[in-house]
Design a protein around this ligand. Structure first.
Ligand code: SF4
Ligand code: F3S
Ligand code: FES
Length: 241
């Protein structure tokens, strides 16, 4: 039988709301259990060692996007990361770019809401809806393609993993470009090519992306971000001509 491992989990601790608090690394030892995820390890620390440790979670199943953090420097979800896949020494830090609540807890909601408002991420259709008539049929392949892009959980990993994002605060990031690719594909959305160009046809949008590919590497939902950004760029080049 293999020996139980004792994990050394070093966490960047800092609460900007506590006067005089200073960023520091604190290391906690946790005995690994079979099937342990980082979320379970963090819960163990909070329950048995330090109840003041801040981190977020809701679903514990990779669906809500709230437990994203830097795991050994790479953006990922704590609830979907098995400790068995990591070495005995693990480093955790909050995702950059987003507002820090404290320790590993960040506020992505504000940023994501701003993005959704900026891009008006809903179906734009002025036609009067007749509730007695069925919606126009959509080809299953197209519905599937849209559904695939709708799987984004707004975890922010692609934002934290993008070098362009660190240089340009206004850059929409892969999450924003993915949303626009999704609505542009949807025949129910009646926005014109020019409307889309206005939204993403500049350096803060699709032409700012330097194809660094970090977004696709870290997306926990494995969204085809790269091909969709390339598709959107081709569309915008055509419209802008
Ligand atoms: Fe997270 Fe992927 Fe959505 Fe980016 S595109 S917010 S990494 S799920
Ligand atoms: Fe950033 Fe992804 Fe483009 S990492 S630069 S959005 S390819
Ligand atoms: Fe919901 Fe991790 S707790 S994605």
């Amino acid at each position: 039988m293999s020996k139980e491992r004792v994990l050394k989990i070093s966490i960047l601790r800092y609460d900007p709301h506590v006067k005089g608090d200073k960023p520091r690394m604190e290391t906690f030892e946790v005995t690994e259990a079979p099937g342990m995820t980082l979320y379970i390890a963090l819960n163990d620390i909070r329950k048995h060692i330090d109840s003041s440790l801040k981190f977020d979670f809701v679903c514990r199943a990779g669906i809500c996007g709230s437990c994203s953090m830097l795991i050994n420097g790479k953006p990922a979800l704590a609830c979907s990361t098995l400790t068995a896949k990591l070495g005995e020494e693990i480093t955790l830090a909050p995702l950059p770019t987003f507002e820090l609540i404290g320790d590993l807890s960040i506020y992505t909601g504000n940023w994501m809401r701003g993005l959704n408002e900026r891009l008006s991420t809903w179906i734009h259709n002025e036609e009067k809806i007749d509730t007695d008539t069925l919606e126009e049929k959509m080809e299953p392949e197209l519905a599937e393609e849209i559904y695939e892009l709708d799987r984004c959980i707004e975890c922010g990993c692609c934002v934290a993993g993008c070098g362009t994002m660190q240089m340009n605060d206004n850059f929409l990031g892969a999450v924003g470009l993915n949303k626009i690719a999704r609505y542009q594909l949807d025949p129910r959305d009646k926005r014109s090519d020019e409307d889309y160009y206005e939204l993403v046809g500049d350096e803060d949008g699709v032409f700012g992306c330097m194809t660094l590919l970090g977004c696709e590497d870290v997306c926990p939902k494995n969204l085809p971000l790269q091909s969709k950004i390339a598709y959107l760029r081709r569309q915008m080049v055509k419209i802008g001509k």
